[in-house]
Design a protein around this ligand. Structure first.
Ligand code: ADP
Ligand code: MG
Length: 561
């Protein structure tokens, strides 16, 4: 690939740095399309309850087993910039709505694939993008038209939604119990607002510990700190706790530089130690004075201070994560103090019970019956680290869909039914568009069908038969016809309690259209070479800006997986 050159009066003008690679026009487009399609292909087989899991091995040999789109793409090291964009939308969807992370990539891949067909027929990308955008807006309108409104905090509906999100995961067998726990957690921390409900996902703390079985997973109405009581002589259980949250160390501050202290006699030594002792004791006295019987400290605690705290029967936990300090502050309405001098009785929080309990081989501290009940912990248990890890991801998805519906109480059935319905409505609507845009919008409708189609394929069903049956039943007006994956047939999904938030479906369409449009509009890829020029070399596989891995631009060559 050559350096971009111009020429002014016979003198060549160098525009780009030496070593820069540039691909233009069709080539650039083809490259991006290939990369995006490949990414979609990777996650496609993991869509739905019959989707396969992926085993991902990182450079250190650590194994992750998952079928969560966002996780798969996070773990594989993608180099091609177009592939990176696909990974980005999966992440963005995860942040926005928490579910649909596989669907969004699969749909984007299909949109791009259909666009490729049109580009090969000399339809200009701009026309395709316009058609797609109009179709996306219309699709969302159609979805809103069929979505069912519910009262946001209907527990039974929420359980169905949480269950659907977990059906597709490793934990599907336990999804009944887990969905119950997740919804209880979500309802416990949700707040009623003027316009509905609001839920801050941070109010639900998720802790996991391998051992036991998934069925031992439980909801703690309070906070669990994965730390033990620091000193054997301290009480392990305090009722009516008065809790001090301290984020400085209970130690004598060491001087910045090496101070030399001259001690010439045993008496001086004794005095010195006594002075230290006195200072530590006065720290503890201060805590006792304020009336605290529980101390949660973000930093370390000197042995001597521990001794005095134990003598004063104060249950103490040290080296607690900052995020847990914040959660403790919210839950117990305590104020985190930066220095002991600031501590006053007003700063203390309260809880009915603080107790150290055994969790497998560890001892953890449970804070229950806190003043502010809007703080709960889901304590995930499971046979192995891999299972609790995947369970944590599934619980996250389930929590997020509960949040989605609490905040925007509208649902649709799943199984590809809404996509199939929208596709059929879009086909009727495309007649109102002008020639080439119409073709693009029709392709958009076809692309939407990739969702039911992939679900069917992953369940071992015949794709052509499925699509034919789906289209014919849809056109006869049974709008909730989709792919009943468990029974491997086309059927009415609304009868199966497979329900999803409208918010997820909307987000999937919006994000997939966005990334497809973005990629299609690119007709020039300019990549600076890794080692060119005097600048510091970027990190391997660096961010989009660096476009690190563009060296081998021949399709797969640019992807390092
Ligand atoms: P995503 O990461 O996109 O959420 P999933 O692997 O979770 O991907 O699959 C979600 C899709 O699976 C949705 O379209 C949903 O409707 C569908 N689905 C979930 N459970 C069932 C089921 N029992 N029968 C049919 N489709 C289902
Ligand atoms: Mg899902």
């Amino acid at each position: 690939m050559s350096i971009q050159q111009g020429s002014a009066g016979g003198v060549p003008v160098l525009i780009l740095k030496e070593g820069t690679a540039q691909t233009k026009g069709r080539d650039a487009q083809k490259n991006n399309i290939t990369a995006a399609k490949l990414i979609a292909e990777i996650v496609r087989s993991s869509l739905g309850p019959r989707g396969m899991d992926k085993m991902l091995v990182d450079t250190l040999g650590d194994v992750t087993i998952t079928n969560d789109g966002a996780t798969i793409l996070k773990e594989i090291d993608v180099q091609h910039p177009a592939a990176k964009m696909m990974v980005e939308i999966s992440k963005a969807t995860d942040n926005e709505v928490g579910d649909g992370t596989t669907s969004v990539v699969v749909l984007a891949g299909a949109l791009i694939e259909k666009a490729e067909e049109l580009i090969n027929k000399d339809v200009h990308p701009t026309v395709i993008v316009d058609g797609y955008r109009k179709a996306a807006t219309k699709a969302i309108e159609v979805l809103n038209g069929i979505a069912q409104k519910i009262a946001g905090n209907e527990k039974q509906e929420l359980i169905k939604i949480a269950k659907t999100a977990m059906q597709t995961k490793l934990v599907s067998k336990e999804s009944d119990e887990l969905a119950q726990i997740v919804v209880d957690a979500a309802l416990a921390v949700s707040e009623k607002t003027d316009s509905g409900f609001r839920l801050d996902i941070d109010d639900v703390k998720v802790e996991k510990k391998a051992g036991g079985s998934l069925r031992d997973t439980k909801l703690v109405k309070g906070i669990v700190l994965d730390k033990e009581v620091v000193h054997g002589g301290m009480p392990k259980r305090i009722e009516k706790a008065k809790i001090a949250l301290i984020n400085s160390a209970l130690e004598i501050e060491k001087t910045e530089f090496d101070a030399k202290i001259n001690i010439n006699s045993p008496d001086q030594m004794k005095m010195f130690l006594e002075e230290e002792n006195r200072m530590l004791k006065s720290m503890v006295d201060k805590i006792v004075e304020c009336g605290a019987n529980v101390v949660v400290c973000q930093k370390g605690i000197d042995d001597i201070a521990q001794h005095y705290l134990a003598k004063a029967s104060i249950l103490t936990v040290r080296r607690v994560k900052e995020s847990d300090m914040t959660k403790m502050a919210r839950a117990t309405t305590a104020r985190v103090v930066n220095s002991l001098e600031d501590l006053t009785p007003k700063d203390l929080g309260s809880a009915d019970l603080v107790e150290e309990r055994k969790v497998e081989t560890d001892k953890w501290v449970f804070v229950e019956g806190a003043k502010h009940p809007k703080s709960v912990t889901i304590l995930i248990r499971g046979g192995s680290q891999r299972i609790v890890d995947e369970a944590e991801r599934s619980v996250h998805d389930a929590l997020m869909v509960s949040k989605d519906v609490l905040e925007k109480p509208a649902i649709v059935a799943g199984g590809g039914a809404p996509e199939a319905y929208t596709a059929s409505k879009l086909r009727e609507w495309t007649n109102t568009l002008s020639g080439r845009e119409q073709i693009a919008a029709e392709k958009f409708a076809e692309a939407l069908e990739v969702i039911p189609l992939s679900l069917a394929e992953n369940a071992g069903m015949d794709p052509i038969d499925t699509l034919t049956e789906l289209r014919s039943k849809q056109s006869k007006g049974s709008k909730w016809t989709g792919v009943d994956v468990r029974n491997a047939k086309v059927g009415d999904i609304s009868k199966l309690d497979i329900v999803e938030p409208l918010a997820v479906k909307e987000q999937v369409i919006k994000s997939a259209t966005e990334v497809a449009s973005m990629l299609l509009r690119i007709d020039d890829v300019i990549a600076s070479s890794k080692s060119a020029g005097g600048g510091p070399p970027g990190p391997p596989g660096g961010g989009m800006g660096g476009m690190g891995g563009m060296g081998g631009m021949g399709g797969m060559g640019g992807m390092d997986m």
